[in-house]
Design a protein. Structure first.
Length: 206
């Protein structure tokens, strides 16, 4: 069984497409889209919003963080995570479970992509310092469950992209981390962050 979504600028086109597909494949129409693969979708005459409030509440409950104190940012400005080889070990299954759940949430929450991506790098041997960073992300989500992707209707469709990178920001191997964001009009449609494979060196001549 496959889940398929389709849309058009008017209802007649949707019905026509559904009839064409229905003539070729056995399918059931579920009506107007409001939930898809963990994403909640709310449509109004002026905008479409995508969020994961239900998933966030379930996530906080699953990891016993639903009564924790919320926090304003997913990661502290001065955070410098490293291997922390002398740190206390934490349960691999718990850490990986938290990371996997947070990765699913990045489908609608671009503002946690960097912090989650940083914590992912320590899955092989997680320490208390790494778990603390993961729990901070959950505390941030507790205070911001209603943030969503927002797409106004009848807006311009100009595609604009942005890219940036730090310099030797990862303290384990001094490699750079880059990030991208693409907007269609005022709506964010694509985003990501990645640790680069090469080390950038700067030389100066005296």
């Amino acid at each position: 069984m496959d889940d398929i979504i389709f849309g058009a600028i008017n209802e007649a086109m949707c019905k026509e497409f559904a009839e064409m597909i229905g003539n070729e494949f056995e399918m059931s129409l579920m009506g107007e889209l409001n939930f898809f693969l963990g994403l909640q979708i709310k449509q109004t005459p002026t905008r479409t919003m995508i969020h994961q409030q239900k998933y966030i509440k379930e996530l906080l409950r699953k990891f016993n963080m639903d009564s924790s104190k919320s926090i304003d940012t997913p990661i502290a400005i001065a955070t410098k995570l490293d291997l922390d080889e002398e740190g206390k070990n934490v349960e691999h299954k718990l850490y990986k479970g938290m990371i996997g759940s947070l990765l699913c949430l990045t489908a609608s929450r671009s503002n946690i992509v960097f912090s989650v991506g940083l914590c992912v790098r320590f899955q092989a041997n997680p320490k208390e310092s790494h778990l603390k960073a993961v729990k901070r992300i959950l505390r941030y989500l507790k205070g911001t469950p209603d943030l969503c992707l927002w797409y106004p209707r009848w807006y311009n469709f100009e595609l604009v992209g942005y890219a940036d990178a730090d310099y030797a920001g990862f303290h384990v191997d001094r490699k750079n981390t880059s990030g991208i964001a693409h907007f269609l009009g005022s709506g964010l449609v694509s985003w990501g962050t990645k640790k680069q494979n090469s080390v950038v060196l700067i030389y100066s001549r005296g």
